[in-house]
Design a binder for this molecule. Structure first.
Ligand code: CTP
Length: 438
């Protein structure tokens, strides 16, 4: 990815970036990151944790940043000149790259046990973290929970990338490359002025869905055959939960209607658990009446067994001739929401295996949706249980490719695009409920 030069209008020009480096192998890339930030005309000060010093020297960081490097909270010489409070006030943004599992945990807990975590508590500047760790550590529920806490506080999480790791394993956990981190900073809204946010249609700046009600469905549904068996599908719920978290980050009040999944509830989101398509339909229709945006990410079972049994079905029932299962069609939840007299902005999801865009367009029209997000599930690297996704957002007059990225990043991009595309409908929906909350 190209790094914009200062004369190319870099929004990093003259910005004061405090780079925090924690102790992971990716710290060896930090000097390259500092150089690229300075090439984009940013000022850089570096703070390291003690363990970062095992991977990169202060001498190297000082040489490339042009400033002394700090790690000690108790450095009395430095405290007089540029202590944690001064550093915290100096920064226009704090970027921690790499951010280890330990530093993410300490930030989530609000600890202040070294210079880096202390100044993160003391600063009002935006905080961005670029996680880097072994893929099993990244996927661990403790780390995911910590990341969720940080996101709910507005911390921007950049990456991690997927691929070969220093430990020889493959998976998500690689720190994003320095070029990508600089491009992320340049394209993020961290430094964009309210005017530029408004120019792309965001009336609410960083929180364009402030005062709006968003309902998201997620996960599979289960259609009972008897008390021990059901018909279902492979949906993990990850993308739907990420959409709910992204809508929350955009300032919305979010209700997440979840089928049976094993995922933590995003902080600040109201979760309603359901099992079958009929339950999801009933719950969604109740919640959709005064909502502004409805996003149907759930993989709803199209059919349910016609006569679910209250007792376990015995094998002898079918004798030797097999068993033909009679199925009834389930209601189409999102189409019912879109068919209401005063519908919210309604966005569906479709997983297709062939004629992807063609099928998505006709589905969007048939269900009377404002837009649909379609992905090609024949690509197994972005399959049901993956942390990655790639998709195309399709609407009446256009389409936009959402590149392969983490489900959280794709959700954030999707919510951003929805707020831009449907800014007028969103402003018009239920103005009385919005003004009440303002
Ligand atoms: N959907 C729904 N209720 C259903 C089926 C689907 O709300 N009973 C929603 C999904 O949540 C998704 C969109 O409709 O937002 C598209 O889902 P998909 O399963 O692709 O649609 P189907 O109409 O079932 O199409 P297909 O014939 O491809 O299964």
């Amino acid at each position: 990815m190209a790094v914009k030069s200062p004369d190319n209008g870099s929004n990093l020009a003259k910005k004061r970036i405090l780079l925090g480096i924690s102790g992971g192998i990716a710290a060896y890339k930090a000097p390259a990151l500092v150089r690229l930030l300075r090439k984009a005309d940013a000022e850089v000060q570096v703070v390291t944790t003690r363990s970062a010093e095992q991977f990169v020297t202060h001498a190297a960081l000082q040489a490339v940043s042009g400033n002394p490097v700090r790690s000690d909270l108790w450095d009395s010489n430095a405290e007089a000149a540029m202590g944690h409070i001064e550093l915290a006030r100096w920064a226009d943004a704090v970027l921690i790259a790499p951010a280890t599992a330990d530093v993410l945990a300490r930030l989530a807990q609000g600890r202040a046990d070294d210079l880096l975590t202390t100044l993160c508590l003391a600063t009002r500047a935006p905080l961005l973290v670029a996680p880097a760790m072994n893929n099993v550590m990244w996927s661990h529920p403790a780390t995911q929970h910590n990341v969720e806490i940080l996101r709910s506080r507005g911390v921007v999480v950049l990456g991690p990338d997927d691929g070969e790791q220093a430990c020889g394993e493959f998976g998500p956990g690689r720190m994003r490359e320095p070029e990508d981190l600089v491009a992320d900073l340049q394209s993020s809204r961290t430094f964009s002025s309210p005017t530029s946010a408004q120019a792309d249609g965001l009336s609410g700046g960083e929180r364009p869905l402030q005062g709006k009600r968003v309902v998201v469905t997620a996960g599979p549904t289960r259609e009972a055959l008897d008390p021990v068996r059901y018909v279902s599908n492979h949906s993990s719920g990850k993308q739907g939960f990420a959409v709910a978290a992204a809508a929350r980050d955009a300032g919305a009040d979010v209700v997440l209607i979840a089928g049976p999944v094993d995922l933590p509830t995003p902080i600040g989101v109201t979760r309603m658990d359901v099992t079958s398509a009929l339950e999801m339909h009933q719950c969604a229709m109740g919640q959709a009446t005064d909502c502004d945006l409805f996003v149907g990410v759930a993989a709803v079972a199209d059919y349910r067994p016609a006569s679910p049994q209250t007792q376990k079905i015995k094998k002898t029932r079918s004798q030797s001739s097999g068993w033909a299962l009679e199925l009834l069609e389930n209601p189409d939840i999102i189409a019912s929401v879109a068919a209401q007299p005063d519908p919210p902005v309604t966005v569906g999801f479709a997983a297709e295996t062939q004629h992807t865009l063609e099928n998505a367009r006709s589905k969007c029209k048939r269900k009377r949706l404002d837009a649909i997000v379609v992905n090609d599930v024949s690509d197994t690297s972005i399959g049901f249980n993956s942390d990655l996704n790639a998709a195309t957002l399709v609407w009446a007059n256009g389409e936009l490719a959402l590149a392969k990225q983490s489900k959280a990043d794709l959700a954030a991009e999707l919510i951003h695009q929805i707020t831009v595309l449907f800014v007028e409908q969103l402003a018009d929906t239920h103005p009385e409920s919005v003004s009440k909350q303002r």
